[in-house]
Write a new protein. Structure first.
Length: 214
């Protein structure tokens, strides 16, 4: 199995990448970090341009992938105090955040179209913040809005592009449970079928009804 992972070199993503490698699979990892055994494609997320992305992905063109997973997180959208009347979030930082979180996946899929076959599973990691039910979490509005946009980008591809497109809503990653969550989410991804195309799933594999595909 060949996997391409973006943003799987630190925090929870590193557990996910290491679990896939431990199963004997091949991983191409687009990352600002370094992971043993993976083919590390180093990028600077804060400075990454489309031209640099194209150069980084050129060696991968034509390689057939079974899984492509977007786990990168810019962390640069307006949150917390930036919504107060006296504060203004830097437009350049916001633009870079939208580029990394929402536009990079679009261009990765476009650049690697020949690497995607009918059964390739292409997924996005979401956040439980985007359902908006917990008012005290509204302070993370910028981050939640980027993740919400990815749901609709995913669904657009699911209608017009080969592959099985999906999103994972992990709700939260409890401290100390990262390895368990990595194993569970990878199991869910492996078991996806054509019927999963366009769906948003919880990390236990159940459909997340708030965003269920109709």
């Amino acid at each position: 199995m060949n996997a391409l992972i973006l943003g799987g070199g630190s925090k929870w993503g590193q557990h996910f990448t290491q679990h896939i490698l431990a199963q004997g699979h091949s991983v191409d990892l687009v990352t600002s970090s370094e992971t043993e055994q993976a083919n590390n494609i180093k990028v600077d997320w804060r400075q990454l341009t489309l031209e640099e992305l194209e150069v980084a992905l050129t060696p991968l063109k034509g390689k057939q992938y079974d899984i492509i997973f977007f786990n990168q997180n810019s962390g640069g959208a307006p949150n917390d105090v930036w919504f107060e009347p006296t504060n203004t979030f830097p437009l350049q930082a916001w633009s870079q955040s939208l580029w990394i979180d929402c536009q990079v996946p679009y261009y990765v899929i476009k650049l690697l179209t020949n690497s995607i076959h009918q059964d390739t599973k292409i997924g996005w990691m979401l956040t439980g913040l985007i359902d908006g039910r917990e008012q005290d979490k509204w302070r993370y509005a910028g981050y939640a809005s980027n993740k919400s946009s990815n749901v609709h980008i995913m669904r657009g591809f699911s209608q017009y592009h080969p592959g099985i497109f999906f999103c994972i809503n992990p709700s939260w990653f409890p401290p100390g449970q990262e390895q368990k969550d990595a194993e569970q989410i990878f199991s869910v991804i492996k078991n996806l079928t054509k019927d999963s195309n366009g769906k948003v799933l919880n990390k236990d594999g159940r459909e997340w009804l708030h965003y269920s595909y109709r």
